[in-house]
Design a binder for this molecule. Structure first.
Ligand SMILES: Cc1ncc(COP(=O)(O)O)c(C=O)c1O
Length: 245
């Protein structure tokens, strides 16, 4: 899974998966247009999924796409996604299918959206650059950024981590302050093992995902944000403002 558009460490993942014969299924829902070592996310695994949900880099209002390696796999996928209908004039089913197809209206919207994909990526990257520039001296705030030039995130969302000791406020203080000003921000994803539905299950980890969830915040990142909008968000992160009610 490529988080917030940042490519995962694909070399390491593919090496381990290859060693144990594990097929790699890529969740590239957030990473359309991102690249790892020059190669697009969504083209590394056996299969990959993309999302065109309303909040994504391009949208069809809902739905997504499966990326696969062969026409045969695409054929089986379409067969299963369109109720597994046998080749007969009447409705006949020899296997169980699903109604997972994207409607033709949504697909039409998607074709139009593909034309603006590069513009959306450029605008989100620009937002990210401006936030990083404007907040570079803000105490206790760090950014999710490309760790090396091998990683080229589409910067779907600009995500920050707040160190409460250095910033003088917590992630929640900032989120609430933004909310008071009618600016929606979100904590980073809640880890799966903290989801109530999985509370009985074993979990292996080192606390990194909890740490990110507790201290991380996604800032407004839409391509249509203006310089003034970004400025408003940045001003609200000043310790004197967050602390003041
Ligand atoms: C990483 C990731 N995977 C899967 C999904 C689900 O995609 P969809 O909403 O199109 O079902 C999302 C977001 O919605 C996502 O961010």
């Amino acid at each position: 899974m490529h988080l917030y558009g940042m490519p995962a460490k694909m070399d390491e993942i593919l090496e381990v998966a290859g060693r144990y014969g594990i097929p790699v299924l890529e969740d590239a829902a957030e990473a359309l247009g991102s690249r790892y070592k020059g190669q697009f996310c969504g083209t590394f695994g056996e299969f990959a999924c993309l999302s065109f949900n309303g909040n994504k880099i391009i949208t069809t209002s809902g739905g997504g796409a499966l990326v696969c390696r062969s026409a045969d796999e695409a054929g089986v996928t379409k067969f299963l996604a369109t109720q597994a209908r046998d080749n007969a004039p009447h409705y006949q089913h020899s296997s169980v299918g699903y109604n997972y197809r994207l409607s033709n209206i949504c697909a039409g919207i998607g074709r139009g959206q593909m034309l603006v994909l590069n513009q959306h990526i450029a605008a989100r990257r620009e937002n990210n650059q401006k936030y990083m520039q404007m907040l570079k001296n803000a105490p206790g705030i760090s950014f999710q950024d490309n760790p090396t030039t091998d990683f080229e995130s589409n910067k779907w969302l600009t995500c920050i981590i707040i160190d409460p000791k250095k910033a003088g406020y917590t992630r929640e203080d900032l989120r609430k302050k933004m909310d008071e000003h009618n600016i929606e921000t979100r904590p980073l994803w809640k880890p799966m093992h903290l989801q109530p539905i999985f509370h009985e299950y074993p979990f292996y980890g080192n606390g990194t995902s909890e740490e990110l969830f507790n201290h991380g915040l996604c800032l407004p990142s839409h391509p249509t944000l203006t310089q003034n909008d970004l400025q408003r968000v940045v001003e609200l992160t000043l310790p004197s403002i967050v602390g003041h009610r």
